[in-house]
Design a protein around this ligand. Structure first.
Ligand SMILES: Cc1ncc(COP(=O)(O)O)c(C=O)c1O
Length: 442
């Protein structure tokens, strides 16, 4: 049907924005028009220091020349190749490079186009894996309270953020949740990994006893939960989860969409914590956020379980038109080269103690009830305004933007995850401006 009015080029009405307070935004739009390294430029010509690497994705900073050039080159050389029954060299090369930096034993890559799709892919592989192994009763999936695994039906079913679930019907059946690991009474203001809470992994034993291990396909967790407002794994927790999943023949999936690609000072959080899952989901930093791409990285054992039957048969009935898209693959290769050439994972590890000290200097400011950090991740939790949850943090976000820093808020938690190229002086600027914002808050 034809529009009965012609939208003006600057009409904001047509675009229904994701995870956004649309009406508030359209009354007072916040527009970025260009970006370079650590900064965005706003439409009104101001510089904004990026405290969130876009959305936890531009780990090498913005408009990095090698990545830009690779995309331009690939777009001119071959724009698209069919993803099914055909290949092109870049997708294979990127898979090999990913395996090079992945934990030992992770040997295969299945491409998707986002973190959400990577999660759906991993959950489906988990169920199909057990079936391929003759254990078709293993269909149950276990996530965790406050987990975020994207927005598709599988992801919100295993996820544990109430607003992401409650509007969308009955979700997947056969899903359970472990308790989250946020223990503010015991762990508030901990620097790095909290001491208390490893026992929360033992809740898996309870679910196993309830359902029988032969019904459970996989456990999926974020090694460090990001979108819920940064929840850290207590010391020993992930190790216990690994031991219990192994004991009961359950696959363990680490959703590393935000922790992958140097955020923790190692290629993946798996290596940082010394715990290897059966599958890793990743996206975001895979292409420095520049072109949509996600991936599932699996062990040899998971992949090999499918490689049976007649050779002309498709082994896994799953995939996307854009799985391993040439331009995304070229961006991925150039991104991994940029990380390596500039030693960015190591850099993140080296600057993390400075980051930690700067963040914790905010302790004692008005409304601050907790500060958490690990790697180049930081969170400042605010006391909510009585009866008006999220309002205080949203006010901080708006004030921060006006003050020239980009932060992110979920609930009443401010989360930060700057590009790994951040300099100490820029950490000082980010935290200094945030301190001023916090002092102004009502
Ligand atoms: C842990 C985790 N999984 C999945 C996703 C979803 O990724 P996407 O938004 O690319 O679908 C996110 C996004 O923030 C995430 O943090």
């Amino acid at each position: 049907m034809a529009l009965d009015r012609k939208p003006a080029p600057n009409d904001l009405d047509a675009f229904w924005m994701p995870f956004t307070a649309n009406r508030q935004f359209k009354k007072a739009p916040r527009m970025f028009v260009s970006a370079k390294d650590m900064h965005y430029t706003t439409q009104d010509g101001r510089q904004v220091l990026d405290g969130t690497a876009g959305l936890w994705c531009c780990n090498a900073g913005h408009c990095r020349p090698k990545i830009t050039a690779a995309i331009q080159r690939q777009a001119g050389e071959m724009d698209y190749a069919p993803a099914f029954q055909m290949g092109h060299p870049q997708a294979f090369e990127l898979a090999n490079r990913l395996i090079d930096i992945a934990p030992d034993g992770m040997e295969h890559v299945f491409y998707a186009n986002s973190g959400s799709e990577a999660v759906e892919t991993a959950l489906k592989i988990a169920i199909a894996y057990h079936r391929a192994k003759g254990q078709g009763t293993r269909t149950r999936l276990i996530g965790r309270e406050r987990g975020y695994h994207g927005v598709n039906f599988g992801g919100i079913s295993v996820g544990g953020i109430v607003n992401n679930r409650k509007f969308f019907g009955s979700l997947l059946t056969g899903v359970d949740h472990l308790p989250h690991t946020h223990l503010p009474v015991q762990n508030a203001f901990t620097r790095g990994q909290p001491e208390h809470g490893a026992h929360l992994a033992d809740e898996l034993e309870r679910l196993v006893a309830l359902h029988g291990p032969e019904t459970i396909a996989a456990v999926i967790v974020e090694p460090v939960a990001g979108s819920t407002g940064v929840i850290l794994p207590p010391k020993g927790y992930l190790e216990r989860l690994r031991a219990l999943t192994q004991k009961h023949g359950i696959l363990l999936i680490f959703d590393e969409v935000i922790t992958g690609f140097g955020r923790m000072g190692a290629p993946f959080a798996s290596q940082f914590f010394g715990v290897t899952p059966d599958m890793i989901t990743c996206a975001k930093g895979l292409t420095n956020g520049v072109i949509p791409m996600g991936a599932v990285i699996t062990t040899g054992a998971v992949h090999d379980a499918f490689m049976q039957g007649p050779e002309h048969m498709i082994e896994l009935f799953h995939g996307y038109t854009y799985s391993g898209n040439p331009i995304a693959s070229a961006a991925g290769i150039a991104t991994l080269e940029t990380y390596r050439e500039e030693g960015l994972f190591q850099r993140a590890a080296e600057i993390a103690p400075y980051w930690e000290a700067a963040l914790h200097s905010l302790r004692g400011l008005p409304h601050v009830i907790d500060i958490r950090n690990l790697g180049l991740i930081g969170a400042v939790e605010l006391d909510p305004i009585a009866g008006e949850p999220t309002k205080r943090a949203f006010a901080a976000f708006l004030d921060a933007y006006e003050s020239g820093i980009l932060i992110r808020t979920t609930g009443d938690i401010i989360a930060m995850s700057p590009p790994l190229i951040i300099e100490k002086a820029q950490i000082d600027e980010l935290i200094g401006k945030l301190a001023t914002v916090l002092k102004r808050l009502h």
